[in-house]
Design a protein around this ligand. Structure first.
Ligand code: BLA
Length: 507
């Protein structure tokens, strides 16, 4: 594949941003054949940094640029992707940091200017303090606020946000530190399409990214195709990778001048982003970015730890309730009696307004629920057609329109099938909670046709746009889903045991 001449909004997910063929302007990219160390591709801004026109460097051994000794140190073991010994060097009277990595058959060297006396260890001093502060936060929420504050203090971006993804990759600003005169974006939601899949995936490989000047002039890489592989250079891990024109337009519409984005990764999955905006150009050097990378990794780990602890304490709570229920069912295996006619009810297992047990064609309801007829139809027409043993939704009406009749008792449903049967169910209901969801701009306006550019462009306005969300309940949490799975396992084995005994009796 090649990077298309013209990108537009009609297939965002397909834009191959890793082979954009251009770099940002705050440094120079030099690519070499990783075997011969001959320069194979180079940024057209070579002259303004190195004082040598790019055409003069193509085909030369990289030692002509960086000297024999340093060049020798770049010889790599084949396939060692992680290789990244960073070096500082003087070129054309300027001081650079050279950041190498392997990309396919090429060795990519990102050259970025640094101050000669910039002390790489300066930033490390702050790390102990960061560790202490983040370690002391007592909840995931306060941890996010602390992380935003620390980032703002260290790097000085105008706005620092912790952005959290939901199950569908929509996101919300859950913590923010900003300059006083800026309006707050705290709590605002943004649709999944604002950060397409390929961009999210890149953040798992290259955790940190700056856009030093949103209004930069992209620097073409010369030649476009690598003479080594015949393909465009994969810039996934380059510090200088140019930016999708769509995203540039998005930031321009937001009036942003520069950004820093870092991945918040939990259990190998992109949990969210540290998103920083500046309203003019802003460049932070490689060592500062390393500090930021470190900070976000500590933060991600603390976050995972705190969320896991919360999960475990919930787990502890419901495992007590579960044991009580199993005891109530007793040796005789009286399922309905045990779940419904004792001091502890199965609906105590997770926050809900009511529940239903449908066992051997008999329905029993408890708490606030739809009517018996409505629940029976829900089971017959919808739940029993489901292949999965566990089903949950916070927006039943979307998948089962008749639920419109009982939003106030059952906008949300979580159900498990009991035993091997497709006809025995345990169901929990949750009422509607009407929410006002605030978006950063109307997400339905995500694309509009721009006459002057003759193509679709991202939405222009990011003003708060409020949507009333009806037909939704609170979402089901991981630990609640685990609780339902666990009780299903227990009940299913009790039922199986009972069936065995009955068969034995018959024999
Ligand atoms: C990238 N979009 C991004 C990134 C962010 C956002 C953080 C990553 C930026 C980076 O790599 O440096 C979105 N930024 C946000 C959001 C907030 C924020 C939500 O600060 C909220 C406060 N963008 C669109 C649409 C498309 C699109 C409709 O809005 C597609 C048609 C594309 N966004 C898009 C692309 C990238 C991107 C292609 C990758 C840019 C790149 O790496 O070159």
């Amino acid at each position: 594949i090649l990077y298309p001449e013209k990108v537009d909004m009609t297939n965002c997910e397909k834009e191959p941003i890793h082979i954009i063929g251009k770099t940002q302007a705050h440094g120079v990219l030099v690519a070499c054949d990783k075997k011969t160390l001959k320069i194979s591709q180079i940024g057209q801004n070579s002259e303004s940094f190195f004082g040598i026109h790019h055409s003069k460097l193509l085909g030369e051994n990289v030692s002509t640029l960086i000297g024999a000794e340093l060049s020798e140190s770049l010889r790599t073991d084949d396939g060692n992707e992680e290789f990244s010994e960073v070096n500082e060097l003087e070129l054309n009277g300027r001081h650079f940091v050279m950041i190498p990595h392997i990309s396919g058959d090429s060795l990519i060297l990102d050259f970025e200017p640094v101050n000669k006396d910039s002390n790489p260890y300066k930033y490390q001093k702050q790390l102990t303090r960061i560790l202490n502060i983040l370690g002391a936060s007592d909840s995931p929420e306060s941890l996010c606020i602390d992380a935003a504050r620390i980032t703002k203090n260290i790097f000085g971006y105008d706005r620092v946000m912790i952005y959290k993804f939901d199950e569908e990759w929509n996101g919300q600003v859950i913590a923010e530190e900003k300059e006083d005169e800026l309006e707050s974006w705290l709590g605002l939601h943004y649709p999944a399409g604002d950060i397409p899949k390929q961009s999210r995936e890149l953040f798992l490989r290259q955790r940190i990214r700056i856009i030093s000047n949103v209004n930069y002039k992209p620097i073409p890489i010369e030649p476009a195709l690598s003479p080594v592989s015949g393909e465009p250079l994969d810039l996934s891990r380059s510090q200088l990778r140019g930016v999708s024109p769509i995203h540039i337009e998005y930031l321009q519409n937001m009036k942003v001048g520069a950004s820093l984005t870092a991945a918040l990764i939990s259990n190998g999955k992109l949990w969210g982003l540290l998103a920083c905006h500046h309203y003019s150009e802003k460049y932070i050097n490689y060592y500062q970015r390393q500090t930021c990378d470190f900070l976000t990794q500590i933060f991600s780990n603390e976050l995972t730890l705190k969320e896991t602890n919360r999960y475990l304490s919930k787990l502890d709570e419901w495992s007590k309730i579960k044991s009580q229920l199993i005891e109530q069912i007793g040796k005789k295996g009286r399922i309905k009696k045990g779940l419904l006619d004792n001091s502890v009810l199965f609906t105590d297992l997770l926050d809900c307004s009511g529940g239903a047990v449908f066992y051997k064609n008999k329905l029993r309801l408890v708490g606030e629920t739809p009517s018996k007829t409505q629940v029976k139809s829900l089971i017959k027409d919808f739940l029993s057609n489901n292949e999965e043993t566990l089903f949950f939704t916070k927006n039943l009406v979307k998948v089962y329109p008749p639920a419109q009749e009982f939003l106030s008792t059952a906008s949300g449903v979580l159900s498990v099938k009991l035993g091997e049967s497709d006809n025995d169910f345990l169901i929990w209901f949750r009422p509607e909670v009407v929410q006002n969801l605030s978006w950063g701009g109307n997400p339905k306006n995500k694309a509009s046709f721009d006459e002057s550019k003759q193509r679709m462009t991202p939405r222009k306005s990011f003003e708060k746009w409020t949507q009333e969300l009806t037909g939704y309940s609170e979402s089901w949490k991981d630990y609640q889903i685990s609780a339902a799975k666990a009780i299903r396992e227990n009940l299913s084995s009790i039922i199986l045991e009972k069936q065995k005994k009955e068969i034995e009796k018959l024999n």
